[in-house]
Ligand binder design. Structure first.
Ligand code: ADP
Ligand code: MG
Length: 243
């Protein structure tokens, strides 16, 4: 069976700084993988290599069997299959919510206005924001803005969703709504790679937890193992700080 994502011996340096020092892992269709680890351990860089927002220095990244790191790959076509949600939402402030969710559908997928708006409204309803289509981002709470960002990514019909600390910029009382949407997506079978410090979410939703430190995977396995009964000192030290 072809893996949804396969990463082989991935290295990434920024100048003399080696941020990823040989990462290997696979994600299968429908799996949810949570990536945890201290600040600076390379989690964001790893996610960004999966949709080539960063170019790996060495190694290979495959999505659905296609090697994204191959020089002849159509990067735009490959990226279209991968949705990404960032810590800082990255909505267009001058566009209404509906337009934020239609713009890439229209420009990238070349969907017509009516179809793009239908897909947008369906996805806004899915994240609980059917009534906010006409609002501007600044009129929404952070949690609502992040749910718009999720709807925007889903509107592109991705096969894989990447989340980079999607709740880290939110006030604590707004975190739950965003996690609930992510949990629903997971239950519907979306393949997800999630960088998060939400250990409750990781425990309950992740099929596998990957603990990174210093640009390598220190430990990975089911949540009850990595979070519940870590084998490595570095994992234990990290968990003592976040739990
Ligand atoms: P994490 O997400 O785990 O906090 P990052 O992947 O963001 O870690 O960063 C890992 C290291 O790489 C950090 O030391 C960071 O400063 C460095 N880094 C990340 N992006 C760049 C960049 N574009 N240029 C230079 N250094 C970077
Ligand atoms: Mg990061």
């Amino acid at each position: 069976m072809t893996h949804m994502v396969e990463i082989r011996d991935l290295h990434k340096s920024f100048g003399a700084l080696e941020v990823l020092r040989g990462i290997d892992f696979t994600v299968d269709q429908g799996q949810v993988i949570c990536i945890i680890g201290p600040s600076g351990s390379g989690k964001s860089t790893l996610l960004r290599c999966v949709n080539l927002l960063e170019t790996p220095t060495r190694g290979q990244v495959f999505v659905e069997g296609e090697e994204l790191t191959h020089p002849d790959v159509d990067i735009d076509a490959a990226r279209r299959r991968v949705g990404m949600v960032f810590q800082q939402f990255n909505l267009f402030p001058h566009l209404k919510v509906l337009e934020n969710v239609t713009i890439a559908q229209r420009r990238v997928l070349k969907r017509g206005k009516a179809e793009a708006e239908k897909v947008a409204r369906d996805n806004l309803a899915k994240v609980g924001l059917a009534d906010k289509a006409g609002s501007y981002p600044a009129q929404l709470s952070g949690g609502q803005q992040q749910r718009v960002a999720i709807a925007r990514a889903l509107a592109m019909n991705p096969d894989l969703m990447l989340f980079d600390e999607p709740t880290s910029a939110l006030d604590p009382e707004l975190v739950g709504d965003v996690l609930a949407v992510m949990r629903q997506l997971a239950e519907e079978g979306m393949t997800m790679l999630v960088v998060t410090h939400e250990m409750g979410f990781a425990r309950e939703v992740a099929d596998r937890v990957v603990f990174m430190d210093g640009g390598v995977i220190v430990e990975e396995g089911p949540p009850e193992q990595v979070i519940g009964d870590p084998q490595e000192d570095r994992t234990r030290t990290f968990l003592r700080r976040v739990l």
